[in-house]
Design a protein around this ligand. Sequence first.
Ligand code: PLP
Length: 416
Amino acid sequence: MTHSEKHRANSFDSHDKLARLRNEFHIPSNTIYLDGNSLGLLSHRVQERVTQTLQHEWGNDVITSWNKHNWINLPITVGDKIGRLIGAPEGHTVCCDSTSINLFKVLNAALQINAGRTEVLSTEDNFPTDLYMVQGLQQMLGDRCTLRLVPEAELLHSISSDTAVVLATEVNFRTGRRLNLAKLSEQARKQGALTIIDLAHSAGAMPVELHKHDIDFAVGCTYKYLNAGPGAPAFLYVAQRHLEKHSKPLQPLFGWLGHAEPFAFSVDYAPAQGIRQFITGTPPILALAALDAALDIFEGADMADVRAKSIGLSEYWLERMAAEEVLAKMPSISPAEPKERGSQLAFEHENAFAICQALIAKGVIADFRAPKYLRIGFSPLYNTYTEVEQAVAALADIVHNRHYEREEFQQRSAVT
Ligand SMILES: *Cc1c(COP(=O)(O)O)cnc(C)c1O
């Protein structure tokens, strides 16, 4: 790395509108963290809020906290905070369960609404849990649910008058390719199909406009770009038209806290009004408190600035990789056009796993995705241009000097 390049990175950082937000986070020492697309960093607010919830709310106020600290409504109030980041009007987003479970609920709802049709249309390289949840539902519903998989590039043109629901992830977890939701939704509507969008790699990384694009359902994670912590509760969005009266409950997991009157303890299930019916059981308060605090950081960030910085960091990464002559040795599998990408890049190399391990040994945390991709995630709230410059220099050293061939970088653990 040259002196002038350091200078350049530094100058980009000094013009960064979001630079102050990095101070919100606990940055592990001697670490360049480029894995916020898998597990976002801990923030000071989250740490303080969880401690307070433990000591004051649970510790002192114990069960009275359900009312006194409004625990009972946290899935809804936190849902609305996420709603602001994904273009959802109030009362249409709830925070509960995992993304996988929420997918199950909305898939069932969509198939019920579009009952004359059975086809769930998705992409071959969608995130596996999305496809598994359809397969599980298929086992329950038999021939009322069929799964049709097409290559991502053919999705738009494969929507037909047989399609009940299009199940798509906005940003591909491997390649980072971003779908055009406006076009997808328009085409689905034309064919009478509903849409379920997985926002796992979108929420908190870029502006999302669910209402504007007329999306029917959405789900997503909060432990990635939303920085709410490992296994933090997921979210679920439902368009207004589907929250209006239905003859049957929309989601199949009838739980008491999705009941119209949970404390009447009646024998028969009756769904609550609105988005609340998508809740199943007791909310995980500690995890929701963490998420609530993590979302407050976004109040100081314009999502257009977040997106601009995400593109800035990614483009700078690509520029540095080309300049260091590593890009030719491990080509990008992500779209060249920034607007067709999410907030990550992926590179192909036969030894991607060992390269990733060698990076980690140098304090650069990225991740590996089978079979041969190195994935770099950019979290605009805390990553810097200086980190990009340093990380690419480390990568260049590993690749040019073949450090990845060392025995110590070949061992695989349970989580890769
Ligand atoms: C990370 C991710 C998930 C994870 O689902 P969980 O139920 O939270 O484990 C789902 N879908 C996509 C597209 C993801 O990237």
